[in-house]
Design a protein around this ligand. Structure first.
Ligand SMILES: Nc1nc2c(ncn2[C@@H]2O[C@H](COP(=O)(O)OP(=O)(O)OP(=O)(O)O)[C@@H](O)[C@H]2O)c(=O)[nH]1
Ligand SMILES: [Mg+2]
Length: 408
């Protein structure tokens, strides 16, 4: 059982390393995201620690000197949890716990915790639970002690709380039970999807917090939960949408993130079936986010993992209202112009122009800017698929012109 804990704002430290592939600036961006994740999970970040290293220390991830600094700071500042930006090996986690004597989480553990906290339907909960047990299995030996676990808070939601005396065998049994349960649900979902007939299926995909649910609500007049936290949506919502005379199905589903835990990708397989079986993808991007290009890469990577890359896709650049390029003062002769300084017009001339006019849209779902253009493009793309599928044009509603006359 996944247990819900009241969110008491827990004081946390974030830790990341600077490597050849990841300079200080990049690390800070990743830690910004980790901080947002921590905030979503109910924590408050008190301090960030970083260390320059060729590769992480196999025993303790960061070096022993730095670890001492962390230990001192944690003791003096009433720190409840220390969160690492990368996945820790079970051995590293165990060693670090011994040294710091507080809760140690990695990125994967944190994301799993948020999913556990946000899973509302029994279907989502089953999927999250499976991912949590898969994550827990190799880590059982190094888990924190009985008493500490009962404290609750970040990283403590989920199997850890109730299965205190747990051992590998019990966890393995749980895993196979959950897998069976999911198989049964999967079959039901498959039947449900089959019952929807042959309507063209369009799926909203994208990084978390880009505005997928907001866009869904605008076009389908539905009320999907949207908020400025990560992973607001965990289940898939499907709505029938009609643009002009053309009905189709639109789905909104779980958002993606950099390094989305593989356990989650696997256990959310059936939630993601909606994406896998879609005829057209609307890849929503938050263009106001400084890292939006990297977000696109992460999404494409996950689409590849679920064997969905290469489907007809329209790129929807959302939040144009919030897009603000950095500026360079006239008398500033040092700052080099980078993509951070591009105006939207300049962006459109970059690789975006290769996406093609037909496949790139710039909108604000919040302010309903450019929605007419959006509707038109989606209509054209869906219509094309519809016509190939139904040469006799059944399903199409009659089209009326502006005088209310039925068109030929
Ligand atoms: N400024 C601005 N904010 C937007 C726009 N569209 C959505 N938002 C905000 O972005 C936040 C996230 O929106 P959601 O619709 O929940 O995003 P999502 O992609 O469904 O997120 P997940 O379900 O968490 O993956 C909310 O606070 C929205 O109000 C937009 O066009 N402009
Ligand atoms: Mg959403």
């Amino acid at each position: 059982m996944i247990e819900k804990t009241d969110l008491s704002y827990e004081r946390t430290i974030l830790i990341g390393i600077v490597t050849k592939e990841q300079d200080q600036e990049k690390l800070e961006e990743y830690l910004d995201e980790l901080e947002f994740l921590t905030y979503t999970a109910g924590g408050e970040v008190i301090k960030r620690f970083s260390q320059r290293m060729d590769r992480p220390d196999p025993k303790t991830f960061i070096g022993s000197g730095k670890m001492n600094d962390v230990k001192e700071f944690a003791a003096e500042n009433d720190i409840g949890a220390v969160i690492f930006d990368d996945e820790l090996s079970p051995a590293q986690q165990k060693n670090i716990e011994k040294i710091l004597k507080c809760k140690i989480l990695d990125r994967t553990g944190l994301i799993l915790d948020i999913f556990a906290q946000r899973a509302k339907t029994s279907y989502a909960r089953t999927q999250v639970e499976l991912a949590q047990y898969e994550y827990l299995l190799p880590r059982l030996a190094g888990m924190w002690t009985h008493l500490e676990r009962q404290r609750g808070g970040i990283g403590m939601r989920g199997p850890g709380e109730t299965e205190i005396e747990t051992d590998r065998r019990i966890v393995r049994d749980k895993i196979s039970l959950l897998k069976k349960k999911l198989q049964t649900i999967d079959k039901q979902m498959e039947v449900q999807r089959g019952n929807r007939g042959q309507l063209v299926r369009v799926a909203l995909v994208g990084y978390t917090n880009v505005g997928k649910s907001t866009l869904m609500n605008v076009i389908s007049k539905s009320e999907v939960f949207a908020e400025n936290k990560l992973f607001a949506t965990l289940d898939t919502t499907v709505r029938k949408v009609v643009i002009r005379n053309l009905p189709f199905l639109l789905s909104d589903t779980v958002g993606f993130i950099r390094k989305l835990p593989t356990q989650l990708v696997e256990s959310f397989k059936s939630t993601l079936d909606e994406v896998r079986e879609a005829d057209l993808l609307l890849h929503v991007v938050d263009i106001s986010h400084p890292n939006f290009e990297e977000h696109i890469d992460s999404v494409n990577q996950i689409l590849t993992e679920i064997e969905t890359l290469g489907k007809p896709t329209i790129m929807v650049f959302n939040k144009i209202d919030a897009y603000e390029p950095e500026t360079i003062d006239d008398d500033d002769l040092i700052t080099e112009k980078t993509s951070a300084h591009f105006t939207l017009k300049e962006w459109k001339k970059t690789w975006m122009s290769k996406v093609g006019d037909d496949n790139a849209l710039f909108i604000s779902a919040l302010n309903k800017e450019n929605m007419e253009h959006f509707r038109k493009k989606v209509y054209e793309a869906v219509r094309e698929i519809h016509i190939t599928r139904f040469p006799y044009n059944n399903f199409l509603y009659p089209e009326y012109d502006k005088y209310g006359e039925q068109k030929e």
